[in-house]
Design a protein around this ligand. Structure first.
Ligand code: FUL
Length: 696
């Protein structure tokens, strides 16, 4: 309701703005709009901030990430599909909508499409009378959530894929989805396009020109006509852009503008997407899509890999906190329900966020500024703390910088700074600092670039009475609509204890700014134990215990106990040396080794082991390269006679370069050989961040 009123008010404001523009009144009023501007539907979308992605269909039943398209609809049979449960969880978590994979790359349709046989209608679920999209619609309505549709342009099932006929099918299916299920808030077009597939039994590779084949301009017209309020997502929008990675990070610099006409779904320059284009031609703000676990689909083998609370908080602060929206995938399992592990973590995130933003210390403070547009109270500094998103502080037309100072009345601790621009007039701020006054000095606590719809900064506790937002440079006179500050409580429930190949132990608490204590002899840990100052060596097997303490409140975390078995210390590279080979077993995804094409990584584990799987982690650096797509894995007892135990491809590793785990029947061996057979980009150099074995 509140949103509706804001939309309405915004509508009236825009009309007034246009009126003012056309009558030449504007200069006596607010600043001129600058650059590419958001549309009404985009402004409404910005306000949603946080919503759920659900990956659920054929892959859920094959334990795959990408189906080949040759799967039988017979295997789609959730035992207890419960969209109400999904919606209840989303609502309780503070999410505003749900986007569902209506059709993924394998082509299976979650609704009974009259244009396809490869749908729920031919599955045993509800004797072919079910419709997941309809059930989700009812659940979204029951919980006051918006519904969105993910639709994969690539279709590995369809016999006509690659020809004009398939485009007609695509349009027909979209028309069904956009006319039969009420209001859709977002239509999500995936840029992934593989090549090989089932294609009606042809089982071949089909390449299309991603830029032209799908005729996107026509699709955009279709969506606009059928769902005028829906935003469309793809690498290049047209309304909302992919953030360029699937690990949950928007650029620290993040422009909501993009030179849209250069970009299409599957665009090869994804490294430009986290930051957008400064002075870009169109408003195409970023959306961070990321899964709560390593994969997009539910795999029981990942039940223990649901992201920790600190990781989820990092994603929140690096998406919503960096001027992007947050589309968090919660995979639905074979029952047709959100798994308990995922809902527990999601609730932990939402509870922590409620605590982080519980008490805005700027409420009731006194705001003054270095300059005010036309000296008018309409644009004064207190407009940034009046709780009204439609009012803002502004400077004169020729003033490109300026500062706002807040007086809290007395010194207070805080560690979060939230700031919003009045984006209806465009995104303007190019650099700013946050400062606090200590004695007579202003001390700089943060220096950042863009703001946009919303920017949230995290830092260690600081204590101050006077806080200053200092706008250093802008593309046009600044307009700031909102500033808030908070003292978020420390996250005290997650500590991780890891050991690297050199037996160095690293302990990390769930929050910065905490003190850590530990023991290594199995004895109970307390604040009287060793204080952790940095990594230490621990070569034997045994248990390490640790806890973290907030040194201001003296509240401590629960104790974490970590057992370490045999170390990797005796592992060695076999054969000709590989530069820095230890980086491939140092438990650090950001340090890598390079292998020339055709070269294997052969390791000696130092003793016979019962090996029943291996793990490969590609380069975790933001613009990681040399990512292996096809592999062979061999095991040997003596380093002479080898047995191939696994050979295949890593599905979706391009978009989701996470740890790849391949299991096989246990085999005894002392030597392992990892052969990269192909990379995602045909690069000559192959990168390995980590290689590990699963020991039975
Ligand atoms: C990617 C797809 O290939 C993944 O399977 C997943 O759907 C993700 C959201 O987009 O491009």
């Amino acid at each position: 309701m509140a949103n509706k009123i804001i939309t309405l008010q915004r509508g009236i404001l825009t009309t007034l703005l246009c009126l003012a523009l056309s009558t030449g009144m504007l200069n006596a009023q607010g600043p001129d709009p600058f650059g590419a501007l958001p549309s009404e539907r985009q402004l409404d979308w910005h306000d949603l901030e946080f919503y759920m992605f659900v990956h659920f269909n054929i892959n859920t039943f094959t334990d795959m990430e990408w189906g080949s398209g040759g799967e039988s609809p017979d295997i789609f049979n959730p035992s207890d599909l419960d969209c109400m449960q999904w919606a209840k969880i989303a609502k309780e978590a503070g999410m505003k909508g749900i986007i569902i994979t209506a059709k993924h790359h394998d082509g299976f349709c979650l609704w009974p499409s009259k244009y396809s046989e490869h749908t729920v209608e031919n599955s045993p679920w509800k004797d072919g009378k079910g419709d997941v999209i309809q059930e989700l619609r009812e659940a979204c309505d029951a919980y006051g959530l918006k519904m969105g549709i993910y639709y994969s342009p690539w279709d590995r099932n369809h016999a006509d894929y690659g020809s004009e006929k398939y485009i007609t099918y695509f349009h027909n299916q979209l028309t069904e989805l956009l006319t039969q299920y009420g209001d859709i808030f977002e239509v999500w077009f995936d840029g992934a396009n593989g090549g090989d597939g089932y294609y009606g039994g042809a089982n071949e590779t089909r390449k299309v020109d991603r830029k032209t084949y799908y005729n996107f301009p026509e699709i955009w017209n279709l969506v606009r006509r059928l769902q005028p309020n829906a935003v469309m997502f793809s690498d290049g929008g047209p309304d909302v852009r992919w953030i360029g990675n699937e690990h949950g990070t928007a650029g620290r610099t993040n422009w909501s503008t993009l030179n849209r006409d250069l970009v299409w779904p599957g665009w090869p320059y994804a490294e430009q997407l986290p930051s957008g284009h400064k002075r870009g031609s169109h408003w195409v703000a970023g959306e961070v899509d990321v899964s709560i676990r390593p994969g997009w689909y539910y795999h029981a083998s990942e039940d223990h890999k649901v992201h920790s609370l600190p990781r989820l908080l990092d994603i929140y602060y690096e998406s919503i906190g960096r001027n992007a929206s947050f589309l968090l995938n919660i995979p639905v399992d074979r029952r047709g329900k959100v798994h308990e592990k995922d809902s527990i973590q999601l609730m932990a995130l939402s509870n922590q966020l409620k605590k982080d933003f519980a008490n805005n210390l700027l409420e009731g403070s006194n705001a003054t500024s270095s300059t005010v547009r036309l000296n008018s109270p309409t644009f004064s500094a207190d407009k940034t703390i009046d709780g009204d998103p439609l009012t803002y502080w502004a400077t004169d037309d020729f003033t490109r910088s300026g500062s706002i100072t807040y007086d809290l009345g007395s010194p207070q601790y805080f560690n979060r700074f939230l700031v919003q621009e009045y984006i209806a007039l465009g995104q303007r701020v190019d650099s700013f600092t946050v400062d606090i006054k200590q004695g007579d000095q202003w001390i700089n606590i943060a220096k950042e670039s863009t703001i946009g719809y919303k920017r949230i900064l995290r830092f260690n506790d600081v204590e101050a009475r006077w806080i200053r937002l200092n706008i250093i440079s802008t593309l046009a006179p600044p307009t700031i609509s909102n500033v808030e500050i908070y003292r978020a409580p420390k996250v005290l429930n997650e500590i991780t204890i890891t050991r690297d190949q050199d037996d160095e132990v690293n302990i990390e608490a769930g929050d910065r700014d905490l003190e850590i204590y530990y023991t290594t002899d199995g004895s109970p840990v307390s604040t009287a134990s060793n204080k952790y100052h940095g990594p230490f060596t621990f070569s034997q097997s045994g248990e390490i215990q640790a806890l973290a303490v907030d040194h201001i409140s003296m509240v401590s975390s629960p104790v974490t106990r970590q057992w370490f078995s045999v170390s990797k210390k005796n592992w060695a590279v076999k054969g000709e040396a590989i530069k820095d080979w230890k980086k491939s077993i140092d438990d650090n995804g950001f340090t890598t080794i390079s292998l020339a094409k055709g070269r294997d990584l052969v390791l000696d584990l130092g003793q016979l082991q019962k090996i029943n799987g291996f793990e490969y982690l590609p380069d975790q650096n933001r613009y990681g390269s040399g990512i292996v797509s096809k592999y062979r894995f061999k095991v040997s007892r003596d380093g002479v006679k080898w047995k191939t135990v696994a050979e295949g491809s890593f599905d979706n590793i391009k978009n989701n370069p996470i740890m790849q785990t391949i299991s096989f029947k246990a085999i005894k061996g002392r030597y392992i050989s990892f052969s990269p057979l192909a990379t995602i980009d045909e690069s000559e150099v192959i990168k390995v961040a980590e290689i590990d074995v699963l020991i039975k």
